[in-house]
Design a protein around this ligand. Structure first.
Ligand code: SAM
Length: 240
């Protein structure tokens, strides 16, 4: 396939924690069956074939380019794509959304597939990840998704979005200064978190005060669809 281009010197990044013998193994595309298929049909509707193509990219070029470890492949649907896509329920109609630290398009591309009414800006500093995101966006013909290479704090001046999303980028207290400046008026930070969500809110007290933010809430999303629903921290932003 045209998009199976190899890693070059120019886009090489360290493959942290990925044993090379694992990377060399042939990868099976995870099948979409049973309850997981039903959830995917509900979330993506007629865009399910595009979501399947996204998962195929993750399981092939995503591994080849070192964006994720081969051990993630069997759980790509449940733990990654669906877990992120259910957060789409929280986005306002037609919102402009910035996904900070998109990596392999999580949650940004999963959300773009679930919410075609919204527009997405994927912000990612690492060259190889940006090249992969550009390739997947082009292949899936996602004309409402832009990829920007840079650190969030470097590109925030020129952006004004309604919602900022992030998963696995940093703890809330450091995530807030990276993300809040992307909103110039009113908006929301939606951070996908794990069990540490409440502790992270407590630890972020000073930063929340500095940015004049009210205490964020912790919400569980996708309980009706997923065996392991998604925990998010929702932090309203009001900058005017
Ligand atoms: C652990 S990865 C998570 C990737 C993806 N969000 C996920 O959940 O699979 C963290 C990502 O955040 C990016 N990142 C780190 N600091 C950033 C910053 N200041 N602005 C934007 N992206 C950043 C990294 O390059 C990396 O791709």
């Amino acid at each position: 396939m045209w998009w199976s281009r190899p890693v070059t010197e120019a886009n090489a990044e360290p493959r942290e924690g990925i044993p090379s013998e694992d990377s060399a193994r042939p990868v099976e595309i995870p099948a979409l069956t049973g309850e997981t298929r039903k959830a995917a049909e509900t979330i993506f509707g007629d865009r399910l074939p595009l979501a399947e193509r996204f998962v195929e990219h993750l399981a092939t070029t995503g591994i080849e380019w070192g964006l994720l470890g081969p051990r993630e492949v069997p759980r790509l649907w449940e733990r990654h794509v669906l877990n992120c896509a259910v957060v789409g329920d929280l986005l306002p109609e037609g919102a402009l959304v910035a996904d900070v630290g998109s990596g392999a398009g999580l949650p940004g591309l999963a959300l773009a597939l679930a919410r075609p009414d919204c527009t997405f800006i994927l912000i990612e500093p690492l060259e190889r990840r940006v090249a992969w995101l550009d390739m997947v966006v082009e292949d899936l013909e996602l004309d409402k998704v832009d990829v920007i290479r840079g650190r969030s704090e470097q590109v925030s001046e020129n952006l004004d979005v309604d919602v900022v999303t992030a998963r696995a980028v940093s703890a809330l207290k450091t995530l807030i200064p990276l993300t809040v400046p992307l909103v110039k008026g009113e908006g929301e930070l939606i951070a996908i978190k794990g069990r540490s969500a409440a502790e992270e809110i407590t630890a972020a007290a000073k930063v929340l005060k500095k940015f004049r933010m009210t205490t964020p809430t912790v919400e569980i999303v996708g309980e009706d669809l997923l065996e392991e629903p998604t925990t998010v921290v929702r932090a309203p932003i009001r900058r005017r």
